[in-house]
Design a binder for this molecule. Structure first.
Ligand SMILES: C[S@@+](CC[C@H](N)C(=O)[O-])C[C@H]1O[C@@H](n2cnc3c(N)ncnc32)[C@H](O)[C@@H]1O
Length: 189
């Protein structure tokens, strides 16, 4: 069993199951195609996969934790959602080139994977990405800076794509207002 699996199995064993889609998807779901193949990568409880399936896409959801994949599978069966749930280490087994119309990644960052993610998208394919930044005003998200985005990093990691939506407010202005701590990107290949 990998360290990642051990860590995340323990977390999901103790977390209430309540799948919630991320903001990058809920706010921009009108940009989704009407049909196509979609992947919720490192899906956790699979809130993004649920939204994608309800939008009529052909959805897979992959995570290294068999505990959470079983929870998502049970939820999908109970709610008649056709989600292909798979326990999969996405670093060891990234998505195949040219296999996806939509790719959603939320709160997962491994820079080694970015080239594979880019090549997994078909021409015109959409990437929805959201995760924590180093420049944050609250003590939320990972402590290890390897898992935090530097300034504008999503833009440089996916610089060959067309940016359709981007938000990152950093530490500017009134910290009581706005959307902080994270960056989100919707980009088209
Ligand atoms: C912070 S959670 C985010 C889950 C989900 N995307 C969300 O937005 O709620 C990170 C997820 O990455 C998964 N993960 C970590 N390493 C992984 C790997 N190598 N392959 C696949 N999933 C992995 C964990 O099991 C965990 O579910």
């Amino acid at each position: 069993m990998s360290k990642a699996q051990e860590k995340w199995d323990a977390i999901y064993d103790n977390r209430q199951y309540s799948p919630t889609a991320s903001l990058v998807l809920t706010q921009n779901q009108h940009l989704l195609p009407k049909q196509g193949i979609a992947l919720d990568l490192a899906c956790g409880q699979g809130g993004n996969a649920v939204l994608l399936a309800k939008s009529g896409l052909d959805v897979s959801a992959w995570d290294v934790s068999p505990v959470v994949i079983q929870q998502l599978q049970d939820f999908s069966a109970k709610n008649n959602l056709a989600i292909n749930c798979q326990t999969r280490d996405v670093i060891a087994s990234p998505p195949e080139p040219n296999s996806l119309d939509v790719l959603v990644v939320s709160f997962f960052l491994d820079r080694r994977l970015c080239e594979s993610l880019l090549s997994a998208l078909r021409p015109g394919g959409l990437l929805f990405y959201q995760t924590y930044c180093q420049q944050k005003i609250e003590n939320k998200g990972p402590e290890n800076t390897n898992f935090l985005l530097t300034d504008n990093e999503l833009l440089s990691l996916f610089s060959t794509m067309k940016v359709r939506v981007y938000r990152e407010e950093s530490l500017l202005g009134d910290h009581q207002l706005g959307w902080r701590n994270q960056a989100l990107l919707v980009a088209e290949k």
